[in-house]
Ligand binder design. Sequence first.
Ligand code: CIR
Length: 254
Amino acid sequence: MLHAITRSVSPSIARCELTYLERVPIDLATARRQHRRYEEALRTAGVQVHRLKAEADLPDSVFVEDLAVVLDECALLTRPGAPSRRREGESIARALSPYRSLISLRSPATLDGGDVLVLGRTVFIGRSTRSNPEALDEVRRVLAPYGYTLQGVPIHGCLHLKSALTQVSEQALLFNPDWVDAGSFPGWKLIAIDPSEPFAANALKVGAELFYQPAFPKTRRLLEREGIETRLVDASELGKAEGALTCCSLIFAA
Ligand code: CIR
């Protein structure tokens, strides 16, 4: 069965970290309503949702994806690149501990889960402002016993690797060619977003379903043309905090 860890939107979300976006007002009620619908969509897809309580003094804590990388064999607890986010990890470790053995990344490694894309036995790590080369070395070292191959991926102009590229089917990746070079992903069918929708590459695969935002209709048509159906889930208010669909859950089988 699939499980998802989520966390309610913090009342202090307005003080979130921002890297590439200008700060604009975030409506807390709208963000929470959209987040609840996201959780409902997960339940409808057959996922058991474990919602952590909101953390009043951790503005970005709804973005649980950045705190861990859950593999079949273990879970890596990351050390987020933004110091303001490091205290988010304790409750995530508690929530994951019944399901996986835990491995913590240590200083000087910094890693955001949004930079990590696992495709089969290869772990791709975006070289972003948040995830450093030391993290790549350490993840390589701790995952070697499990037979994973590690690969760094240069990205430019976006926060995380998964802002630029996500898996949308068993064979296909959706990507923004301005932010990542698809040459790092040989053997995959590569679908480029519509250039007028730069944030459209972040889709969330949940079992056989694909969650996708209504804000990107042109790219959605490109997916449909490839035979890829989507379930619409709106996360536009959290988009103002530089978050998207993958960021709001940690999904794993157990
Ligand atoms: C941050 O800058 O850390 C948050 N405001 C947004 C994090 C989004 N997370 C993700 O894409 N995995």
